[in-house]
Write a new protein. Sequence first.
Length: 278
Amino acid sequence: NAVAWVGYPGSELDYTLAPSVKNEQITYTYDNTKMTIANGTVTALSEGTFEVAATVKEFSVKFSVTCKTVDTTGWRYTIGDAWQQKADSLRETWELLGNDNQTTLFIGDSFFDTAYWTNFYNEFYGSYDARCFGIGGTTSCTWEILVDSLLKGVKAKNLVVNLGNNNIYNDKIDADTTIEDLERFYTLLHGRIPDAKVYIFSVTQRSIPDTAAYDPNVKIVNSAIEKWCAGKKWATYLDLQDKLTADKLSDRVHPKAEYYSYFVDVLTAAGISIEKKP
């Protein structure tokens, strides 16, 4: 089964073909007034849940596609003045220093904000064509808006993303909704910047007693996003869930400066290619 969103880029269908038919064409039968399916991607046209039949040679299976609309006027999509000012400043930085199809952008929440990743340039990426564009306090929902403002027309080589922590702990959103929020954002991000490779970091737990009730959601979300990424050639899931333990956090939320090396090491192990500064 699949989920797609009206007005958003298409969602990739996640399936595996048996070896005996892996080179055969799939034929889809569905109501084409409700959705379109092409090249393994379903694009929503109308809200609702609809049945699809997929046929390969003499084999057939039925599945459902849930097409949803998104109300981006709600409170979770609001860009406050401080966030907007930061986004405008980062956009100016891109206009001055960004290089199409070469620059690697680190985007997301405060984990990738230089207010917290203080040694991003002077210790790790100062000699590379990489920019740290995180905005503290943001969620995947606010980044759905920022994709079409801050990142409008951007052609990055790589997008390295850290999001989900504020969905769970600040907005207090349940695991299932957070999973859908993240999948929708990454679908939008890939649709807007299709040539970029996307590296997605796991959500890490906080060590704050008052929010401990939300800790189990972190593991549920990470497990789902890891599985979702596995079927995407453009997405790589990177796991730091169990490595950033409480003793490695500076304020019970963010890593101490020296432990940002974990992000760099995991990216390097994943084979990311970051250009040297021109």
